[in-house]
Design a protein. Structure first.
Length: 118
C-alpha cells in the first residue's frame, strides 16, 4: 500500500512510502469503527479513499481465504506445468542419488576389501 509523503517540497509530495500490513490493518479497523469520520482518518494518515478501498479489499480477500481453509480440506490445485516440472526435477534427483549410491558402494568395496562393516 502506497501513501503520499506529507513533506513540503514538490519532490516529497510525489514520494510514496510502503505501509506495513499491521498499519494497514489498524487503518482498516479504525475506518470500520465509525468513531470518527473516514475523511479525518484519510487526512491524518495521508491516504486517498482509493487506498482505503484497496485496504478493505485486501482484508476481505485475506479473511475469506483463511475462513475457507478447513482442516483436512484439499488444497488448491497446482498448475499442471508446475507439477510436471517438479516431477521431472524429482526424477532427475532420484536418478542422481541412485547413481551416487552405486558409486559409494563401489568405493566402499574397493577401500574396505569387500567388507561392508564400518
Amino acid at each position: 500500500m502506497h501513501v503520499i509523503d506529507q513533506g513540503n517540497s514538490p519532490e516529497a509530495k510525489k514520494k510514496r512510502r510502503l505501509l506495513s500490513p499491521e498499519k494497514e490493518f489498524q487503518i482498516f479497523l479504525e475506518s470500520q469503527s465509525g468513531k470518527r469520520p473516514v475523511g479525518e482518518l484519510l487526512r491524518r494518515e495521508g491516504i486517498y479513499s482509493t487506498d482505503l478501498a484497496r485496504i478493505r479489499q485486501k482484508v476481505k480477500e485475506g479473511a475469506l481465504e483463511r475462513l475457507a481453509d478447513r482442516p483436512g480440506a484439499k488444497r488448491k490445485a497446482v498448475p499442471l506445468e508446475d507439477y510436471e516440472a517438479l516431477k521431472r526435477e524429482l526424477e532427475e534427483k532420484e536418478r542422481a542419488l541412485a547413481e551416487q549410491a552405486v558409486e559409494l558402494a563401489i568405493l566402499r568395496k574397493k577401500t574396505n576389501g569387500g567388507s561392508w562393516e564400518r
